[in-house]
Design a protein around this ligand. Structure first.
Ligand code: FPP
Length: 320
């Protein structure tokens, strides 16, 4: 049981294929085996998954970061079956199936979430490589607070540690991170980590990762309604001024230039939106995939994007 990492020469590669984006001339080539392997001895499980090593005790996982981050990974050329000019600007993902992934391996849900972070890292790298501007991921729903405390506590720690371990890379790589959702129930240390990561990356515009934590679409609409009502009460706007635009300005996705996902991907075979971005999904193309989130990789993402590029988006009108 091992994972293999070899030194990576930094190579300057000319930008000849049109599928590369002009500011990505420098590629780092990494000999890296994303290798998952688990062995279990009574209650102790040692899991190696890509860059992360986790020790699982019964129903929880202790995290050890080894410093692997997005910038150290090579950027991917655009696959031939995808057209650069038809890429979605904003992709949203319901990262479902972590628990089932862990269960089939005899592991606790926390191991599935830990493995899910690796899939998310890969997605960020692919989005950056292929010119997608925004990725919004559903990391924790307001409806997830009812899960066992050990799982909720694990997820909160996982969010904090992942943001902490990636923020320097995000700063360097021009990636902005934003977190949406009701933060009132989050641990104070996580709130501080989010505030500082958002502040440190707010000027970045190459790519934006939006993480929905303590989020639900209904929550978002309610908080937007409250903001609009307060503006009416304070005399800043008149009741008759309220329209879709006014409400949209108050939704939490106002943190991005592209608030409406072009494509929503849900993994694990479930065919539901599950209280995600309800208002924002009005004209989003939906794509459902049977893979469990930790198994969702490049091939599956290419299939989703390829399906998206074959859709006719009419927005209620007629296509000529
Ligand atoms: C759904 O799977 C997944 C979650 C509730 C959590 C997803 C979180 C991550 C992948 C970590 C992301 C980290 C950051 C920093 C954004 P499930 O447990 O509901 O799966 P199941 O339906 O198979 O039980």
């Amino acid at each position: 049981m091992f994972s293999l990492r070899l030194p990576i020469p930094l190579v300057k590669t000319p930008p000849s294929p049109s599928c590369y984006y002009s500011h990505y001339y420098y590629y780092r080539y990494r000999c890296y085996h994303p290798f998952h392997h688990c062995s279990q001895t009574q209650s102790l499980i040692v899991l190696k998954h890509g860059s992360a090593i986790a020790k699982c005790h019964a129903d929880s996982v202790t995290l050890h970061d080894d410093g692997i981050s997005l910038a150290q990974e090579s950027l991917e050329p655009l696959p031939a079956e995808l057209a650069a000019e038809m890429m979605p600007k904003h992709v949203a993902v319901i990262m479902d199936g972590n628990g089932r992934w862990a269960k089939v391996k005899g592991l606790p849900p926390s191991a599935g979430h830990q493995a899910g972070v690796q899939s998310l890292r890969k997605m960020v790298r692919l989005c950056c490589s292929w010119g997608i501007k925004v990725l919004t991921v559903f990391a924790f729903s307001t409806d997830n607070w009812v899960r066992p405390k050990v799982e909720v506590d694990f997820l909160m720690r996982l969010f904090e540690r992942t943001i902490n371990s990636e923020v320097q890379t995000f700063k360097r790589e021009g990636i902005r991170i934003s977190v949406i959702g009701d933060s009132s129930r989050l641990p104070e240390s996580l709130k501080r980590m989010i505030a500082s990561a958002e502040e440190d990356t707010k000027q970045n515009s190459r790519f934006q990762l939006i993480v929905a934590v303590g989020y639900s679409g209904k929550y978002d609409v309610v908080q937007a309604c409250k903001s609009v009502a307060k503006k009416v009460k304070d005399g800043h706007i008149h009741l008759d001024d309220i329209n879709e635009n006014i409400i949209e300005q108050e939704l939490e996705t106002n943190c991005t230039e592209f608030p409406y996902p072009d494509l929503l991907i849900r993994t694990s075979g479930e065919l539901r939106v599950s209280n995600f971005l309800l208002w924002q999904l009005a004209y989003t193309e939906l794509y459902f995939n049977r893979e469990l989130w930790p198994d969702f990789g490049k091939d599956e993402f290419v299939d989703a994007l390829s399906s998206f590029q074959q859709r006719q988006r009419r927005y209620g009108g007629r296509h000529s």
